[in-house]
Design a binder for this molecule. Structure first.
Ligand SMILES: [Zn+2]
Length: 361
């Protein structure tokens, strides 16, 4: 099915017309199968164009998507977006990387992704350990020992992170929307995995010490509702970990429409530390601590260079320069997202946030 072109119409038109169109973005009629939405955080419906992005799986199709910035609260989101019932068709591309365990893909990108994913898994476990060691010592109930309890991973894909945590002593469970990935994980890792979406947890009475959501919230059509449900599944003193690509990151700023983590139209929400913290706050969660996933910077910049080259039908001999630039931007992004004595700003490629459930008054 051809992808709809959602409007390059303003290009090459007089400035005045452009400005009029820009401010009227939210009243444009969306294409078939798409819906116009208001801001997922504040509900305002005045938004301006942030960037116009291609589908990275079809970079030369000419299809592009509008990513808008709320003029009231600065939240950045895909608008218009595919109606939820139509969204699965955009995940059907063979190179959709979270599920490459399911395929025998040996493409260059798949190999890089595999390598980074393994290193990332160790980092994910380390970041959780570091956080729990810090906080448990500070709690009145803490005895200096890190709590290892039960963990639920939302959107666990083929279960590699759960396996890593299981090996570290956690009792693990997963939730995964993709039936095939869930089956694969159950068979290969012997882990309890439910197939389904966050909404079904509303009916559950299970409680968890830690719920993790790695690069999932940016895909969810009702992110606020999801946070509300997850907060209700946390034990007192439980933690919710949310990792998302950072729209405020240095790599996002440099690559603009080629930034691979825009991933239109699969990513419908584009958070910064600030907007994520605000949304979580509305749903009974308080930000406690944050870090980044450093390898995301290297993954993002490489894949963004690849996308830029594909869109421009770039010459192969420019690749050494592209790699050099990717490395430079990744390093800048990594520094921008690090806690240093000089900076505490979140300009890394991703943010990993630990939220605490607010005490009931
Ligand atoms: Zn808003």
């Amino acid at each position: 099915m051809p992808l709809p072109n959602l409007g390059n119409a303003h290009l090459g038109q007089p400035l005045q017309k452009m400005i009029e169109e820009k401010s009227a973005l939210s009243t444009k009629k969306p294409a078939m199968g798409f819906e116009q939405i208001s801001c997922p955080i504040c509900g305002a419906d005045r938004a301006e164009l942030h960037v116009q992005a291609p589908d990275r799986f079809h970079p030369q199709s000419g299809a592009s998507y509008q990513i808008q910035r709320c003029m009231h609260c600065s939240m950045i989101y895909l608008n218009p977006r595919p109606r939820e019932e139509n969204s699965s068709q955009f995940y059907e591309h063979a190179d959709y990387l979270p599920f490459t365990s399911l395929t025998a893909s040996r493409s260059f990108a798949a190999r890089i992704y595999e390598f980074l994913r393994r290193a990332n898994l160790r980092w994910k476990r380390k970041v959780i350990t570091e956080f729990l060691q810090r906080t448990d010592g500070q709690r009145p109930t803490g005895n200096g020992q890190m709590t290892i309890g039960n963990l639920l991973d939302i959107g666990c894909g083929t279960g590699e992170f759960l396996l890593e945590m299981k090996n570290a002593g956690w009792q693990v469970e997963g939730l995964e929307r993709n039936e095939r990935a869930a089956n694969w994980a159950r068979e290969h890792h012997r882990i309890t995995i439910s197939a389904g979406s966050v909404e079904q947890l509303a009916a559950s009475t299970r409680q968890y010490d830690l719920i993790t959501m790695w690069h999932v919230l940016e895909h969810l059509y009702h992110p606020g509702q999801a946070l509300e449900i997850l907060a209700s599944r946390l034990r007192d003193h439980g933690w919710l970990l949310i990792a998302v690509p950072n729209i405020d990151g240095i790599d996002a700023r440099v690559y603009k429409s080629n930034w691979v983590a825009l991933d239109s139209p699969r990513h419908v929400n584009h958070f910064s530390l600030e907007t994520l913290g605000r949304l979580a706050n509305q749903h009974g969660l308080t930000l406690h601590w944050w870090r980044q996933l450093p390898l995301d910077a290297f993954f993002n910049t490489l894949m963004s260079e690849k996308l830029a080259a594909q869109r421009r039908r770039g010459k192969f001999y420019l690749w050494p320069l592209r790699l050099l630039r990717a490395f430079g931007v990744a390093c800048a992004s990594y520094l921008g997202g690090s806690h240093t004595p000089f900076s505490y700003a979140a300009y890394g490629a991703s943010v990993v946030c630990f939220f605490e459930k607010n005490k009931r008054s």
